[in-house]
Design a protein around this ligand. Structure first.
Ligand code: SF4
Ligand code: SF4
Length: 198
């Protein structure tokens, strides 16, 4: 009998202790209760912006599109109208789309990009009611990228090679984007395919 009472009091003490303890979880999606994201957090991919030249870093080279395991990306490149006076990028991205409903946030597109043009942003709240509501176009991807860059104080990993300002090229051994980017298998310039439906 006494043992039962002691057990009851012990249980009550644990309950009261947990009641007044600071919560270690957050109710979602209440905005005022969201936890802060760590800088290393990987959300959806986004395109970076070269503020020195006012154009994206992306050249539309298609490497990330070829390597994406879910084939959720598509892009097209064009001749850069700012080249060579204002930009070192001979080619520039024209259209870009990622179907984020198919993206598995693997980060392969970031790993294979040689131009510092794509980063895993902190964006993760993109649920939609429509089946293909998460097809995100070039402007939206740039907008996501710019927010991310501003938030984390982003700098290119290889500024000497990848910054687009012409004066950087004079001090650099490597020229950016000099060669046409072609399909490594066929040797043909790559064209963007339609993003497959879910
Ligand atoms: S690999 Fe980089 S530069 Fe090439 S299309 Fe992808 S994001 Fe753009
Ligand atoms: S993170 Fe992975 S799945 Fe998503 S777009 Fe990049 S390569 Fe494709």
């Amino acid at each position: 009998m006494i043992g039962d009472i002691i057990g009851f009091i012990g249980g009550l003490a644990v309950t009261l202790k947990s009641t007044w303890r600071e919560p270690v979880t957050a109710e979602y999606p209440e905005s005022d209760k969201r936890l802060n994201l760590e800088e290393r957090y990987m959300g959806f991919p986004a395109l970076t912006w070269d503020g020195d030249v006012e154009e994206p870093y992306c050249t539309g080279c298609m490497v990330c599109i070829r390597e994406c395991p879910t084939q959720c990306m598509t892009a097209e490149m064009k001749d850069n109208p700012l080249y060579p006076e204002e930009s070192r990028r001979r080619k520039i991205v024209d259209t870009f789309e990622i179907n984020l409903g198919r993206c598995i946030i693997c980060g392969i597109c970031v790993d294979v990009c040689s131009f510092d043009a794509i980063e895993m942003s902190h964006e993760h709240e993109l649920s939609k009611y429509e089946r293909n509501g998460n097809r995100v176009d070039l402007q939206s991807l740039i907008s996501m990228g710019r927010s991310y860059q501003q938030k984390v104080g982003w700098e290119p990993k290889n500024p000497g090679k990848n910054r687009g300002t012409p004066q950087v090229e004079e001090n650099s051994q490597s020229a950016i984007n000099d060669a046409e980017v072609t399909d490594s298998r066929s040797g043909e310039p790559m064209e963007g395919d339609e993003c497959p439906d879910l």
